[in-house]
Design a protein around this ligand. Structure first.
Ligand SMILES: *[C@@H]1O[C@H](CO)[C@@H](O)[C@H](O)[C@H]1NC(C)=O
Ligand SMILES: *[C@@H]1O[C@H](CO)[C@@H](O)[C@H](O)[C@H]1NC(C)=O
Ligand SMILES: *[C@@H]1O[C@H](CO)[C@@H](O)[C@H](O)[C@H]1NC(C)=O
Ligand SMILES: *[C@@H]1O[C@H](CO)[C@@H](O)[C@H](O)[C@H]1NC(C)=O
Ligand SMILES: *[C@@H]1O[C@H](CO)[C@@H](O)[C@H](O)[C@H]1NC(C)=O
Ligand SMILES: *[C@@H]1O[C@H](CO)[C@@H](O)[C@H](O)[C@H]1NC(C)=O
Ligand SMILES: *[C@@H]1O[C@H](CO)[C@@H](O)[C@H](O)[C@H]1NC(C)=O
Ligand SMILES: *[C@@H]1O[C@H](CO)[C@@H](O)[C@H](O)[C@H]1NC(C)=O
Ligand SMILES: *[C@@H]1O[C@H](CO)[C@@H](O)[C@H](O)[C@H]1NC(C)=O
Length: 537
């Protein structure tokens, strides 16, 4: 997600300050700055790994040790890792392969044993970065410490090719190393390493879900919150071969010449990623998508870092698992363009979408989700609903069910509020009423980011009711870090399959039923397509 650089500094609300703290960590000594609008200090661009370049490209991150007491100026925003989404979701600030940095935001009035919230951004595991203005921690680090983490995306984060000995998941290992950094260093900032929440949205939630199923993560993290991305099945190393071989071909490299990949220039890697086949339809999360990888760049079952299917293991620590009412609209818009908004999508486009994503089950899905009968002829509405259910709502439901089986406490939400400000420059304010509570809509609320919002002028302000909702949501996430639960049972009931209670966030955050009634159908479709993929000729 990007913002025009000219307004970036203003939106961040930053100012350098002489009173800023100096903090010594095991990767260096850093002098931060002070947020201009809130009583919060920030420390930018703290390295947590050796630069992942040269021989360290397509390899696990290596820990960095630097006990130097020479003070480093930590007020300049970090570069983003190289971006690969090829469009709306790419960050537009400086990009660098040397990008394994994190930002820390701390209440300026110190208080010991603060809860800590560690953020993983979204961007399809192909884009995203901590310098994006929407992930500014200045507004939410008033009751807790916020840490935001850069991790490698696209081929640099996830390329897996068994024939080259590449097992992928570098981005996941970056996140793990960052969590170790937090565990070892956050006390120096006043944080309590026993009170760490890991939270993420979209790919950040997909990755958080994966991490929450690994035994070692329960030593580092007390709880997780997954916004729109929990519960998905992962492809295996073998499944990903066809897709990732396309990338090798696009690089003009061959097996077993790994140095061809390691010595290629960043621009060649970007060009090759761009040359990968791009489906002309909105891709949803089925076993057929992207020739079996499901998502183009993605964590996979590599047998080492991720030994077992996360959706089968389930979360091991307390979790918030939720999604938005109209997740799919943003993806339909980015695939088919603004014509989407004039409801100009055709049945032929719908048929292509169904055939690509559901193969042998396209007809069955077409019957249950008939654009004419169920959606009054609106292909936009039908595609939005299917994308919402298949990629977000129903994987979340499966994650909730598995957590209940594991006797791990879980809380669910449905976010249905349509914001009065856009939160994202690429998103024209005029589109928002058509898109509804689409993917990413809840992010500014979780970040308590309610004033000086991006488009069109960087000065839109949420209504008082929206400010209350933002306060309640960011506070619930802090409670998760501090107490291991988002609130009292009367405010936010624990989810159980027998009643499906949780909270519904619209005008306000209120207890209610979170509706997963469509998920019986989609569970069957998901299992049948997994079976079909695994037994294909
Ligand atoms: C350690 O930090 C110092 C102070 O910034 C820097 O000069 C030195 O290059 C760093 N060493 C490593 C190995 O990063
Ligand atoms: C630190 O870097 C910022 C730019 O990010 C600069 O404006 C400031 O003067 C520097 N501070 C010191 C003490 O060098
Ligand atoms: C959200 O921001 C408002 C305005 O800065 C502040 O009063 C409130 O305490 C913040 N809430 C949380 C939970 O950080
Ligand atoms: C691979 O070779 C093709 C054909 O020569 C060329 O167009 C393309 O730019 C090359 N790709 C890279 C990443 O070098
Ligand atoms: C799937 O792989 C085949 C070759 O095996 C290729 O022709 C096709 O373009 C791929 N489709 C996608 C969506 O990647
Ligand atoms: C979906 O149903 C419509 C009729 O409502 C039909 O025209 C279309 O061919 C069907 N598409 C698929 C993929 O089955
Ligand atoms: C269905 O569409 C027709 C015309 O396109 C419109 O008059 C009607 O209100 C719509 N019904 C619903 C339930 O949206
Ligand atoms: C935002 O500020 C610009 C000038 O910078 C002004 O023209 C515009 O009216 C303002 N918009 C709002 C919603 O206050
Ligand atoms: C659901 O089950 C729990 C025990 O697992 C029980 O306490 C609760 O009353 C049940 N709720 C409903 C609505 O049946």
């Amino acid at each position: 997600m990007h913002l025009r650089n000219t307004i970036l500094a203003g939106l961040l609300g930053l100012a350098s300050s002489v009173e800023s703290k100096i903090v010594q960590t095991n990767t260096g000594t850093f002098q931060g700055g002070k947020c201009s609008l809130t009583d919060v200090n920030y420390f930018f661009s703290i390295p947590y790994a050796k630069p992942p370049v040269g021989e360290r490209r397509f390899a696990p991150p290596e820990p960095l040790s630097n006990s130097s007491s020479k003070v480093v100026n930590a007020t300049a925003p970090a570069p983003s890792c190289l971006q690969f989404s090829g469009g709306l979701f790419d960050e537009t600030n400086t990009q660098s392969e040397d990008c394994l940095f994190l930002n820390v935001y701390v209440p300026a009035t110190p208080s010991p044993k603060l809860p800590v919230k560690v953020w993983l951004y979204g961007g399809s595991n192909a884009a995203g970065g901590i310098s994006d203005a929407i992930y500014n921690g200045c507004f939410s680090a008033q009751d807790s410490i916020i840490v935001t983490v850069n991790y490698r995306v696209g081929p640099l984060g996830f390329l897996a090719l068994e024939d080259l000995g590449l097992t992928g998941n570098y981005g996941i290992q970056d996140q793990l190393l960052a969590l170790r950094w937090v565990n070892e260093n956050i006390a120096e900032f006043g944080g309590d390493p026993q009170k760490v929440l890991l939270f993420g949205e979209s790919a950040g939630a997909i990755d958080t879900f994966v991490l929450s199923t690994l035994p070692e993560v329960s030593q580092l993290v007390r709880a997780v919150a997954m916004e729109s991305g929990a519960g998905r099945d992962l492809a295996t190393l073998a499944d990903s071969k066809v897709w990732y071989t396309e990338f090798l071909n696009a690089m003009n490299c061959t097996t077993p010449d790994l140095s061809c990949l390691r010595t290629a220039s960043p621009s060649a890697i970007k060009a090759a990623a761009k040359a990968m086949p791009t489906p002309k339809v909105t891709v949803v999360n089925t076993a057929l998508a992207n020739n079996g990888t499901r998502s183009a760049w993605t964590p996979i079952l590599d047998g080492t870092v991720i030994k077992a299917q996360p959706s089968t293991i389930g979360v091991r620590i307390p979790a918030i698992i939720g999604s938005n009412a109209a997740e799919g609209a943003l993806f339909v818009l980015t695939t088919y363009g603004a014509a989407t908004l004039h409801n100009a999508l055709t049945q032929a486009q719908y048929d292509a979408f169904l055939t690509y994503n559901f193969g042998p089950l396209a007809t069955r899905v077409n019957e249950t989700y008939s654009a004419t009968r169920a959606f009054n002829g609106s292909v936009l509405a039908a595609m939005t609903e299917i994308t919402t259910d298949v990629s977000y709502r129903c994987p979340s439901y499966r994650a909730l069910v598995q957590a209940e089986k594991n006797s791990v406490p879980v809380w669910s939400y449905r976010f249905s509020h349509v914001p009065s400000c856009s939160w994202y420059t690429g998103l024209q304010a005029a589109w928002i009423p058509y898109l509804g509570a689409t993917h990413t809509t809840e992010i500014p609320f979780v970040f308590n980011f309610t004033a000086n919002m991006p488009p069109p002028d960087g000065n839109c302000t949420f209504t008082p009711a929206e400010q209350t909702l933002a306060h309640d949501m960011s506070r619930a996430w802090t409670n998760m870090a501090e107490l291991g639960r988002p609130g009292e049972q009367t405010v936010w009931p624990e989810w159980r399959s027998n009643g499906s209670v949780g909270v519904v966030m619209d005008g306000a955050m209120v207890p209610g039923v979170v509706d997963y009634s469509t998920c019986g159908f989609w569970d069957t479709v998901n299992s049948e397509l997994n079976e079909y993929w695994n037994t294909r000729g």
